[in-house]
Design a protein around this ligand. Structure first.
Ligand code: FES
Ligand SMILES: [Fe+2]
Length: 450
């Protein structure tokens, strides 16, 4: 007679106490993060509850998202005095405006009268923010400027100046707009580390939003960014692409800063010329002009910067196993004449690759949820960025004060040039036809993004 079915040689599901396992996670304990804190070659991935558990999700919303510089969109989505954004940062809702001088302002999305939500979604405005309830009205920089009928019976001592909207820190870097709910989080410049210097040659603030779309993914937000951070999966998840991609063309691209990065040199192409159909931005140096930069900026935005386009993915956690992803295409300002067809081939390429990634991370989510297995070892050759990222997660969740936050240092080893740890590193020697480097048309065979 057949005995109980075992999963693997030793694991008997019937012997596991699931409730005790779930209760045993103490996220404030160093012991819980031992596999994350271990040196890379001894490290393990995060406990499955980090991807599936409601309590951890809440903890993460409060301690990680509400204390980080969270990307909330592309700066040009906010129009001076005419368009206001509404965004979730952790469990909080904020609005973002831009005044006539081009300055951005962020506020808690709650009226100072009786707390009503000022706006439900992104909306057109007419130079003021107006509460829908009793029409208290605020200027774009948050000052209370009108309180209809309120003075019919005067209140002694009432002063509008005491009831401005509650400000939230808002900053930009390049095309990206960031918000931070906490006051003790280091300045955005510290958060970004050397990225502004490293990517200065692209003049990122000039790139123009071409198209945007949203997709809901049935996976935890960390699985999506972790997938972006490693190319270990390339050959198997992107089989068509990997025929013309070489793992050997990927290098780490990490200096000091709250990010994980890799670079692909030379930038990849495929049979259809998907990535390279559009002209490169004029004026890029040799390194930028033939490379793809893939940066996962902690916690929630992934930038793929190529010589001729940028593909952004911004994540907004909805639930432990649900994430909203906003995908944005940006083109160089000189790309006004790019044909719809050329853009379409790049767009289609990205969306196909992204679909392959979405399928696999959703499968990871299902496996973690159903299997609840202990985390396995990270591959030192490919998954160092995940180790770096998971340590950032551990820091944000466990630190009581962000004055103690240690922004990760960059890669330090004697292969710095090859791994791309200098600012705008010179790529390794590449055997390319000379025509590949001319401005306006890059063509090379190479590797894959993610
Ligand atoms: S709650 Fe906003 S005006 Fe009354
Ligand atoms: Fe991928």
């Amino acid at each position: 007679m057949a005995g109980p079915r075992l999963l693997g040689p030793t694991l008997d599901l019937g012997q596991l106490d699931w409730q005790a396992m779930a209760m045993s996670v103490d996220w404030m304990s160093d012991k819980q993060w031992r596999g994350t804190r271990a040196p890379l070659v001894e490290s393990t991935g995060l406990h499955p509850d980090a991807y599936t558990d409601d309590a951890f999700f809440q903890l993460e919303q409060e301690r990680l998202f509400e204390r980080s510089w969270v990307c909330v969109g592309v700066a040009s989505e906010v129009a001076d005095g005419e368009r206001m954004l509404v965004r979730k940062v952790g469990s909080r809702s904020i609005v973002i405006t831009r005044d006539g001088t081009g300055n951005f302002h962020g506020f808690v999305n709650s009226c100072r009268h009786r707390g009503t939500e000022l706006a439900e979604t992104d909306c057109d405005i007419n130079n003021t923010i107006r509460c829908p309830y009793h029409r208290w009205t605020y200027s774009l920089d948050g000052n209370l400027i009108a309180t209809p009928l309120f003075d019919e019976v005067p209140r002694p001592g009432f002063d509008k100046a005491d009831f401005s909207l509650i400000p939230v820190r808002v900053e930009t870097w390049g095309p990206l707009l960031f918000a931070c709910m906490a006051s003790d989080t280091p300045a955005l410049s510290t958060w970004l580390g050397d990225l502004p210097e490293r990517m200065a040659g692209y003049r990122l603030d000039e790139w123009v939003l071409r198209e945007q779309q949203e997709v809901e993914i049935a996976a935890n937000w960390k699985l999506i960014t972790e997938n972006f951070q490693e190319y270990y999966h390339l050959r198997w998840v992107h089989p068509e692409l990997s025929k013309v991609s070489r793992v050997a063309d990927h290098y780490r691209y990490q200096g000091p800063g709250m990010y994980c990065g890799q670079t692909t040199t030379p930038v990849s192409d495929d049979d259809r010329g998907d990535w390279l159909a559009m002209p490169a931005r004029p004026g890029l140096d040799e390194s930028d002009g033939c490379s793809g930069r893939f940066v996962a900026l902690f916690p929630n935005v992934m930038l793929s910067v190529l010589p001729n386009h940028i593909f952004l993915m911004r994540l907004e956690p909805v639930a432990p196993g649900v994430t909203r992803e906003t995908c944005t295409f940006l083109l160089p300002p000189e790309s006004g004449e790019v044909s719809g067809e050329a853009f379409e081939s790049t767009r289609t390429f990205w969306l196909e690759v992204n679909d392959e990634d979405i399928n696999i991370v959703q499968r990871s989510q299902r496996g973690l949820t159903a299997g609840h297995i202990s985390p396995g070892p990270l591959a030192p050759r490919f998954e160092e960025p995940l180790h770096r990222f998971q340590n950032m997660v551990a820091d944000m969740v466990t630190l009581d004060s962000l004055n103690d936050l240690k922004v990760p240092i960059g890669d330090t080893n004697d292969e710095a040039a090859r791994l791309g740890t200098a600012a705008n590193p010179t790529p390794p020697a590449i055997d390319l036809p000379t025509s590949t480097l001319r401005s306006g048309s890059i063509r090379a065979s190479g590797a894959d993004p993610t």
